[in-house]
Design a protein. Structure first.
Length: 445
């Protein structure tokens, strides 16, 4: 594929992230009937009735040390926390594991349709593109949700994970060869993003020229230059992909969506594809990068690059618990005021599940992460993502290919100098610069 310019990739990734959201999943778990944390000394009647303080999830301070913030939230508020997703955009953040299970398994009281909420949100609100209603499974309820969900699950479930190994290897080698002779690289723009984008194009059946138009259009929107033209470019590119697959279907997600009995029309297809790009690139890229950061900075894993005892899977499991790429998401909107854990949640105000906060809830976190799948990094319930296994495979193979090719790679800056990108929903580094001995290109099979 033709890769987007490195200088533009951060804008493209951010745009994909904002335009759509993450598909998340874990196995079903039945929570106990009581979800209150008896060790919490302070309870509050409602997020609206607090002393007025709300935790700003969008701040640089929160991004710099969210784990400290979650501990303070738990101490002060318990499992339900009054927060702001953006200035003057209130929400409730769920950081209690069992409380989250109760909410995620109750779509009747906690539907994901935001249309009533967004009526009072100004169009310039920075998080509106991330949360506004769209004709897809993430933003629908009832029969609408079922229709979109069934089509999405069916299309993704047919992805051949065994064949993906070869696809990822071929793409990884090509991307690594672009910088391996330089002795230095920035692993987000030069590796994680182009690899993830190319793998996603492959499983969607998107030809390189159409994929390039999608990337260029996204970049135009966030560079603020010809944003309207960029939006039109995205729409035209995905429309072309849909028409191409209507005429010549293949063994890919786009073709299977078109062939599903849900009979998605062209507009619905475009929204499903934007969802796939947004959900497939940003979280997977961040999972790769966050895991590489851990393996390059934690001695238990750093030694593993040259033969240590802990594996890539161990590192992935640790990240999915401690720094999952989707830190806070799975948003729902109660249809009426509802009492949960002694807190009144307002009607039609976002209730956001903190995957990071819940994973680190002392009620369930034992500090053991190896082969532990109790985390909520992929969410669960009726909005659980069917793509968790594919994302895990992409991340694991991408990391293994890079470390096999450049085993002496190390950070180019001190670990404490790495900067986390502010934002209420993600856990994402601004950059991950590394250095390594210059290496000859790998053989492309």
């Amino acid at each position: 594929m033709t890769e987007p310019r490195a200088a533009r990739t951060d804008h493209v990734v951010e745009c994909l992230f904002l335009l759509e959201s993450r598909l998340l999943t874990t196995p079903h778990f039945q929570p106990p009937t009581s979800t209150s944390d008896p060790g919490c000394p302070i309870q509050h009647g409602s997020p609206i009735d607090t002393d007025g303080h709300r935790v700003a999830l969008y701040s640089e301070a929160f991004a710099a040390d969210p784990h400290h913030a979650y501990r303070e939230m738990r101490r002060r508020y318990g499992p339900l926390v009054p927060v702001e997703l953006a200035p003057d955009v209130p929400a409730t953040l769920v950081i209690g594991y069992y409380t989250a299970l109760r909410i995620l398994h109750d779509p009747e009281h906690f539907p994901a349709d935001p249309r009533t909420w967004q009526k009072n949100i100004p169009g310039e609100c920075p998080i509106l593109p991330m949360l506004e209603w769209r004709p897809n499974a993430l933003r629908s309820a009832g029969l609408e949700h079922l229709r979109y969900r069934q089509a999405t699950v069916a299309a993704i479930s047919e992805v051949d994970l065994h064949a993906m190994h070869a696809t990822i290897e071929q793409i990884a080698i090509s991307v690594i060869n672009a910088f391996c002779q330089d002795g230095a690289a920035e692993l987000i723009s030069q590796y994680a993003f182009p690899l993830t984008f190319a793998v996603l194009n492959a499983i969607l059946g998107c030809p390189p020229d159409i994929g390039q138009h999608v990337a260029t259009g996204m970049a135009a929107i966030f560079e603020g230059v010809n944003a309207a033209k960029g939006n039109a470019m995205i729409t035209d590119a995905l429309f072309n992909l849909v028409q191409t697959k209507r005429k010549e279907p293949g063994d890919d997600i786009t073709s299977r969506l078109l062939q599903h009995p849900a009979a998605l029309d062209d507009v619905e297809m475009i929204h499903q594809l934007v969802t796939m790009y947004g959900a497939g690139i940003e979280p997977t890229q961040n999972l790769i990068v966050n895991t590489l950061r851990l393996m390059l900075t934690d001695h238990r894993f750093a030694g593993g690059i040259l033969g240590g005892s802990l594996s890539t899977r161990d590192a992935l499991d640790k990240v999915l618990f401690s720094d999952p790429p989707g830190a806070n998401y799975c948003v729902s909107y109660p249809k009426q005021p509802i009492l949960i854990d002694s807190v009144w949640l307002p009607a039609h105000q976002p209730v956001v599940i903190s995957m990071t906060g819940c994973n680190n809830d002392p009620a369930i976190n034992t500090g053991e992460y190896t082969d532990n799948r109790a985390h909520l990094a992929w969410s669960l319930g009726p909005h659980a993502c069917p793509a968790g296994s594919a994302a895990y495979l992409i991340a694991q193979d991408a990391i293994d290919q890079l470390l096999d090719a450049l085993p002496e790679m190390r950070l180019a800056v001190a670990a404490q100098d790495l900067v986390w990108r502010p934002g209420p929903f993600h856990r994402a580094l601004v950059s991950l610069p590394v250095v390594f001995p210059k290496s000859p290109p790998l053989t492309v099979f």
